[in-house]
Design a protein around this ligand. Structure first.
Ligand SMILES: NC(=O)c1ccc[n+]([C@@H]2O[C@H](COP(=O)([O-])OP(=O)(O)OC[C@H]3O[C@@H](n4cnc5c(N)ncnc54)[C@H](OP(=O)(O)O)[C@@H]3O)[C@@H](O)[C@H]2O)c1
Length: 314
């Protein structure tokens, strides 16, 4: 962004601290080198009610996020949740962004905060609404320019008009880097003809299927980051935090037990194994889970275990 180490006791047998740098641990996301394991802010409030207690816990967690060396936070004005049935939904949009500002501003230079625009209460934003949404994010985060903005598309046959608006805002200096989310290859290519794309954020996890294989591979060839969401919750998606409730749970747990790891760590290690350009943004409201997730970067899966997990895509 333009404008602090925890002691960890985890099941992995580790020789180095989280904050130490290793090869393959970073990816150049636009103009910032980010750790490949970042932090997703959608779950920041956990089961909290959005009030002062939730905010204080979230601020404390964000301090830990940064103190543990994470420098890529993924957020949106519509987090913690955007109206999914049975989910936390706070009255005030911008909750996560405002908590991030309260916790972390003035932001360290090496911190990249990614936001996304598109979803609104009435569905996909119109092109003429995007500038207002970007301005809301600028205000909520308290910055002059957003580091990375994704066009989070919902069912558009073409994203040219929407992405063109974001490219104009980039030219005006309101946005530094652009990404696209929930896209297929054709839409990525459409965006690239308008302005450089530094990241694609699509759903992907152990057992997800092959639907994103091609775009993941293409991103690698083009030097674009592929950043999966729901890498832990997979099919259980909005139902929340129980990776054991997802398909392939038994296979993943067997590998985890054998390695002295947790199933979440196996899922994240597999995610990172998909390519150097593949980043992780696990969401959590728990310090223990945060630390556990960061340790996943040090978990080495054998070729046999990787093959077993890869086969679950079929
Ligand atoms: N572009 C998009 O359309 C889109 C859509 C959804 C999400 N996202 C982004 O992607 C990020 C990741 O998605 P997500 O947060 O929805 O799902 P996720 O990362 O797959 O899973 C998060 C859930 O897993 C639990 N969890 C996290 N670490 C755990 C661990 N070590 N052990 C056990 N449970 C654990 C969390 O609960 P606890 O709080 O109990 O840890 C939380 O409920 C989001 O935060 C958001 O930034 C983007």
């Amino acid at each position: 962004m333009q404008n602090s180490q925890g002691n960890v006791s985890l099941p992995l047998n580790l020789s180095s601290g989280i904050a130490e740098s290793k090869s393959g641990e970073f990816w150049r996301l636009g103009d910032v080198s980010v750790r490949r394991i970042g932090f997703g802010a959608k779950r920041l409030a956990g089961s909290g009610d959005g009030g002062a207690g939730s905010r204080d816990r979230a601020v404390e967690l964000l301090h830990q996020v940064v103190a543990l060396g994470v420098n890529h936070i993924d957020t949106a004005a519509f987090y913690p949740s955007h109206g999914a049935a049975g989910q936390t939904r706070f009255e005030s949009l911008g909750w996560a962004n405002e908590v991030i500002r309260r916790a972390l501003a003035p932001y360290p230079d090496e911190l990249l905060i990614a936001t996304k625009v598109g979803p609104t209460d009435h569905g996909m934003a119109r092109p003429d609404e995007l500038r207002g949404l970007v301005e809301d994010d600028l205000r909520a985060l308290g910055v002059d320019a957003l580091d990375l903005v994704y066009l989070r598309q919902m069912g558009l046959p073409s994203i040219a008009e929407h992405f063109g608006v974001l490219a104009e805002l980039q030219e005006k200096g309101m946005i530094r880097q652009l990404g696209v989310s929930n896209v297929r290859v054709e839409l990525l290519q459409e965006a690239r003809e308008i302005a450089p794309v530094v990241a694609v954020q699509n759903r992907y996890s152990v057992g997800f299927g092959r639907a994103n294989d091609e775009i993941l591979r293409l991103c690698g060839e083009l030097g674009i980051a592929f950043i999966p969401f729901f890498a832990l919750t997979a099919e259980s998606r909005e139902a929340g935090g129980v990776p054991t409730a997802v398909p392939a749970a038994g296979v993943v747990q067997e590998i985890a037990d054998r390695l002295g790891a947790t199933s979440a760590q196996v899922r994240l290690a597999w995610t990172l194994s998909r390519g150097d350009h593949v980043l992780a943004i696990p969401g959590t409201s728990s310090r223990q889970h945060l630390e556990e997730n960061l340790r996943a970067g040090e978990l080495v899966l054998s070729p046999e275990d990787l093959a077993t997990l890869d086969a679950l895509l079929d």
